[in-house]
Design a protein around this ligand. Structure first.
Ligand code: SAM
Length: 261
């Protein structure tokens, strides 16, 4: 008779779990979508503890070619275009179109380029790439799940650093870690109210953030190598709108158009 211990189910590795959920087209328990504000829309929050490296969610949608992506972009309203996640895979530009609200959570995860708690990576399932989020660090219940959408002048980033509408103060702190929150609030409370996203001047704060981000990316590289045993990562070569640094084996959206926010 098989020993009791041997019968216990082995805990899946994060990548194995990602593959399983991708095949089942299901979201994992322990995460929920919530409305945050009119400005930020909805977001995804943790209702449990996650460890660094854990699989969190798949960014589910239609996997389409560059050509099909361009065709859809021509007919989509701007509000839908923000759900088109373009990425490089094996030298090809592909897109996961999550414009259709299928109730999945991956499409609701918001951006945080300063202290994101997850990162997007591609895993290959049945020969096809799937975009999956993995925890960059441990995550506590109540934390918003975020990842870095990549380098770009996203309007909300300007808002965080130099363009402040007092009503967004609460919003802007939602995706920031405790250690940076105080600093940000001090910076923003001194700013005048400007909601033109094109006014995004380099401030002292922004320089600091850039340096910090570079360090994070280096850290990421080490970490990605360690926790990614499979060889199916993407290298985002395209930097058209939003892509991570070259060589980092993670995946950020290349949202082709300025998001309609
Ligand atoms: C892929 S959707 C994420 C889900 C979205 N919040 C929603 O409710 O549908 C991307 C859009 O979310 C919003 N968004 C993402 N990150 C944000 C942030 N840090 N601050 C404000 N808005 C954000 C922007 O409107 C962006 O175009």
């Amino acid at each position: 008779m098989m020993a009791e211990g041997k019968r216990r189910r082995r805990r899946l590795k994060p990548v194995e779990e990602a593959i399983q959920f991708s095949l089942q087209q299901k979201d994992k328990n322990g995460l929920e979508g919530r409305f945050i504000s009119d400005f930020k829309g909805r977001g995804v929050f943790s209702c449990t503890d996650f460890d660094k490296g854990d699989f969190l969610l798949e960014y589910r949608g239609d996997l389409i070619s560059k050509e099909e992506c361009e065709r859809r972009q021509r007919i989509y309203h701007n509000a839908l275009k923000v759900f088109m996640f373009k990425f490089r895979y094996n030298g090809k530009l592909l897109c996961v179109d999550a414009a259709r609200d299928d109730g999945s959570l991956g499409r609701l995860v918001n951006d945080d380029h300063i202290n994101p708690n997850s990162r997007m990576k591609t895993i290959r399932v049945d020969g096809k790439p799937h975009l999956c989020l993995f925890a960059r660090r441990s995550i506590c219940p109540g934390e918003e799940i975020t990842y870095d959408y990549g380098d770009s002048e996203w309007p909300w980033r300007c808002t965080t650093l130099s363009v402040i509408d007092p009503s967004t103060l609460e919003v802007n702190t939602l995706s920031q870690s405790e250690d940076t929150e105080g600093e940000k609030l001090t910076v923003v409370s001194d700013q005048s109210v400007l909601m033109d996203s094109t006014i995004c001047t380099a401030s002292e704060g922004q320089e600091k953030v850039t340096l910090k981000k570079d360090r994070l990316l280096l850290d990421d590289q080490d970490c990605v190598e360690k926790m990614s045993p499979v060889k199916e990562h993407v290298l985002n070569e395209e930097q058209s709108f939003c892509a991570p640094a070259e060589g980092v084996k993670e995946c950020a959206p290349v949202f082709g158009t300025s998001p309609a926010i």
